[in-house]
Design a protein around this ligand. Structure first.
Ligand SMILES: NC(=O)c1ccc[n+]([C@@H]2O[C@H](COP(=O)([O-])OP(=O)(O)OC[C@H]3O[C@@H](n4cnc5c(N)ncnc54)[C@H](OP(=O)(O)O)[C@@H]3O)[C@@H](O)[C@H]2O)c1
Length: 156
């Protein structure tokens, strides 16, 4: 993949589900610093250690399942923050990611939701609101997907 970036076939290359040790290993063994690390991040799994490792290497964090597949949308804190700004819980959650500096790519097959999920730039959250949403972190129990340190299969 690094050769693709070297010869121009790719503008940049990144990784997914890399834990800090995986990042250290790929950088040590190849000298290549990935442009981005796509990992699970949402209010119930704030994934701070991985985000800090990414930042330490200058790697952008890209949050997959950024609304926890819808699982955070009924959370009272998120509902309250959303109501304070006149936006939906999905928009408040996606804006929280942006305030923290992460890339988001929510998935929807619903046109109105796709439009809603792009409409994030007419409001901003206060530092206190960002802190309150970050405090919803549930650690390992907040994951919707497998822990990358234990993931030992390739989906068919
Ligand atoms: N790299 C990896 O290992 C990895 C792992 C998992 C996922 N991903 C990627 O991450 C991306 C997003 O993750 P995801 O699909 O798992 O979860 P997600 O984006 O957090 O949630 C998607 C779910 O939320 C609903 N939704 C979307 N926008 C909404 C809104 N504004 N209001 C209410 N509900 C809304 C969608 O419903 P509808 O579609 O019915 O509208 C869908 O059921 C996908 O492209 C996926 O491929 C990557």
């Amino acid at each position: 993949m690094a050769s693709f970036a070297d010869d121009g076939r790719a503008a940049s290359v990144g990784v997914s589900n890399f834990q800090p040790a995986h990042l250290a290993r790929i950088i040590d063994e190849t000298g290549v610093i990935p442009a981005v690390n796509q990992v699970e991040v949402h209010p119930y799994l704030t994934n701070e250690a991985v985000r800090a490792a990414d930042a330490g290497h200058g790697i952008a964090t890209e949050a997959w399942s950024p609304i926890a597949q819808g699982g955070v949308l009924d959370d009272p804190v998120i509902v309250e923050v959303a109501e304070a700004h006149g936006v939906t819980p999905a928009q408040a959650t996606l804006r929280w990611h942006i305030e923290r500096g992460d890339i988001v790519f929510p998935k929807s097959v619903t046109e109105s939701r796709i439009r809603e999920n792009f409409d994030l730039f007419g409001f901003s959250l206060t530092p206190d609101e960002v802190t309150r949403i970050s405090a919803l972190d549930r650690g390992e129990s907040g994951r919707t997907g497998p822990n990358p340190d234990e993931f030992d299969y390739i989906p068919g």
